[in-house]
Every structure is written in C-alpha cells, then in structure tokens.
Design a protein around this ligand. Sequence first.
Ligand SMILES: NC(=O)c1ccc[n+]([C@@H]2O[C@H](COP(=O)([O-])OP(=O)(O)OC[C@H]3O[C@@H](n4cnc5c(N)ncnc54)[C@H](OP(=O)(O)O)[C@@H]3O)[C@@H](O)[C@H]2O)c1
Length: 252
Amino acid sequence: MALCPKSVLVTGANRGIGLEFVRQFLALKTPPKFIFACCRAPDNAADLKSIAEKSPSVHVVKLDVTNDSTIDGARGYVESIVGADGLNLLINNAAVGVRKSLQEVTREEMRRHFEANAIGPLMVARALLPLLKQAASLSPDAPMSCSRAAIINISTGVASISENSSGGSYAYRPSKAALNMITTNLALELKEDGILATAVHPGWVKTEMGGPNALIDTGESITKMMSVLAKLQGEEGTGKFYHGVRGDLIGW
Ligand SMILES: NC(=O)c1ccc[n+]([C@@H]2O[C@H](COP(=O)([O-])OP(=O)(O)OC[C@H]3O[C@@H](n4cnc5c(N)ncnc54)[C@H](OP(=O)(O)O)[C@@H]3O)[C@@H](O)[C@H]2O)c1
C-alpha cells in the first residue's frame, strides 16, 4: 500500500523528527499537494523556510499546541487552502521532554508536559476534526488509512505502562501515556467517521530531545515510520501503539 495523502499537517515541524517528516513527504513518489508544516515561531524556522521557498506545496504555519488562538488560526488557514478536499493526515509530533526524577519533578513541569504532550494534541485533533471528516467522506467505501483520513500521535516507548522497567521521567512518561489513552478514545469515537487514530513510537532518535547517543538518525526513523504508516488499514490499523522502527506493537 502506498502512502499518498493529498494533504498532511505536521506539528513541531521546524526541527528534529517533524522537519524530517516534511522532507520525506516531499520526497514521496506521489507527494501531498499540501504539506502544512506547523511551528511555534515561523520567523525563526530557517530550515523550514528554505524548504518552503523551493517547494510551493509546503506551507509554514504558526501553531503553538498550548495556545488555542494559534490552533484556531491554523485551522482557518488550512481550511482556506484545502477547501472541499478536507485534510487527510494530522501528525501530532510536537512535544517537550525533560527527564525529571521523583525529587526534581515540580507541579509546573508536570503541567508543562501535559499541556504540550497530551492536552495540545487533543485540542489540535478536535479543531481539525471537521476537515478530517470532510476528507474521509470523499471516499466512503475505502478502508480507514493515512491516505484517507488519520490522526497519528507521535508517542514514545517509555509511555508504555506494561513495559516500564526502569522508572524515572515523572513528567514525560505520564504525559505520553495520557496521549496514548487519548489515541484509543479517538480511535473508538472516530471509527464511524472513517478516521484512523494510532500512536507511533519513532525509536530513539538523534534530535535535541533524543540526544547525541540515540540509536538512529531522523532519516532512518522517518523512513521506517512512513512504511508503518503506509500499512495501517481499516480496523486492524486503528487504536494501536506501534513501534515505528521495528513495525510491531508495543504493549500499552
Ligand atoms: N528523539 C527521540 O528519541 C524520541 C523518542 C521517542 C519519542 N519522541 C517523540 O518524537 C516527537 C518529536 O521529537 P524530537 O525528537 O524531534 O524532539 P525535538 O527535537 O526536541 O523537537 C520538538 C519539536 O516540538 C516543538 N514543540 C515543543 N513544544 C511545542 C508547542 N507548545 N507547540 C508547538 N511545537 C512545540 C519544538 O518546537 P520549538 O523549536 O519551538 O521548541 C520542536 O519543533 C515528540 O513527540 C517526542 O516525544 C522522540
């Protein structure tokens, strides 16, 4: 199965995994007509702007996942561009991740992680839902897929409760475990609209968050995740927690 959404929106697209998603969507055999590369500060997003200058399909859009007015602004902009085609694929990628031990963690750090990693993606998904529903309605007989209409939440293996063997990261782990629960809720609720919702772990990746000792670079992570995304189909593909590099499921 090919991954061929007509439109995709990626949050946190100015660096790391989000930026590489933009590069690899552009490089697809059938690239999306519209790539909405969202970031908090477009003026400072030099790499993204240089891609957009050469690729008219890339739209750099301001979107801070913790700020509702930027979410509404982004939704309005996307709607004005995609029109009746709606939006096929939302990749909730933006996140913060700082390791905090039991002694170090504060209320403020807990709130900051939940805002960016769980509440933000939920609010972005809800705001974009009418556009995803519109895209899904255009191919009523097709199975759910990332080419038809989907929400992909970029999670992390350390969000797994059943596979937690080392502890720590008191703010990051629970915020992503909450995102996983949001993912299963969305999958259950949106099935009848033909919208797929699944969580994907990108592997341990060399980015600012992953650090220099990580196992793989963004190129390898995204190439492998894209081949997982291409295979997600129908009931089998929704409400799952995938290891995006190995391609198998992670226990919740
Ligand atoms: N790297 C890994 O090993 C690894 C492992 C497991 C899961 N992940 C997940 O993969 C995703 C991408 O991580 P990464 O490694 O690429 O991290 P990164 O290099 O730290 O990039 C994080 C991105 O999120 C953006 N962001 C943070 N808060 C935001 C907000 N409130 N609104 C909008 N954008 C915001 C950042 O924008 P600014 O530049 O404005 O800060 C940046 O673009 C995250 O969901 C992360 O949890 C990563």
